[in-house]
Design a protein around this ligand. Structure first.
Ligand code: DX5
Ligand code: ZN
Length: 216
């Protein structure tokens, strides 16, 4: 099992974004997590391609792009051109998910699917062999700083058994309300990647918080 920390820059200080990315570059983070929100799939608007392009110029870690957008097929190519190393689309936003995953993989980057808290992991059984990662939302997407949904631990266990049966190389990422307590239980349940926004960027020593999360 990997142990990767992916700080979510949604909670970063955008007046000093360069400094925040440099902190991540120097830290033990494995990815940089980007929350792209379109105001349609989720009730919020965050940032898009120009921010990713600029960060990509100074980032020394893979860009983990979480697309909370409708009709991602139309924009995936632009996010890849901007520097994405991993593209996560939402199961709930993709009518032709198998085709969407091929669009990502045909560009040679990692393909990932995200499930909202109410979506059962069983829906992935016929696509799991195509995936590099599955992202489980442990909050309803659209905002940082929300409380962790406990049912997520059960979903992680169910997903782990599907992955062990059909695609053992597929990683499990969890996103929303991650802190030392939830992070420890998630790693113990078999999670590979922890996304953390407010817990990292609201802490006094973000790099130290990242190191401690990784050691849990
Ligand atoms: C929410 C986003 C998360 C969020 C995490 O829709 O996908 O990545 O930024 O923030 P925290 O860690 O503060 O819950
Ligand atoms: Zn996210």
């Amino acid at each position: 099992m990997s142990r990767i920390i992916a700080p979510s820059i949604l909670a970063a200080d955008f007046n000093n974004l360069g400094k925040e990315i440099e902190m991540i570059n120097q830290s033990e983070a494995g990815y940089i997590h980007f929350d792209v929100m379109d105001g349609v799939f989720v009730p919020n608007i965050s940032f898009g391609i120009p921010v990713i392009e600029h960060v990509n110029k100074i980032a020394q870690k893979p860009l983990d792009v979480h697309l909370m957008i409708v009709n991602p097929d139309a924009l995936i190519g632009l996010f890849i051109n901007a520097g994405a190393s991993i593209i996560t689309v939402h199961y709930e936003a993709c009518i032709h998910l198998h085709r969407t995953i091929q669009i990502i993989k045909n560009r040679g980057i990692k393909a990932s699917v995200c499930l909202n808290p109410h979506t059962p992991v069983a829906v992935l059984e016929d696509i799991i062999t195509e995936l590099d990662m599955v992202l489980l939302m442990s909050v309803n997407p659209g905002f940082g700083g929300q409380a962790f949904i406990e049912n997520t631990y059960k979903k992680v266990r169910q997903l782990k058994s599907i992955i062990e049966k059909y695609n053992p190389d597929c990683l499990i990422e969890v996103d929303g309300g991650v802190n030392y307590e939830t992070g420890k239980k998630l790693f113990e349940s078999g999670v590979d990647v922890l996304v953390a926004g407010s817990f990292v960027f609201n802490s006094n020593h973000p790099a130290e918080t990242i190191r401690k999360l990784k050691m849990l």
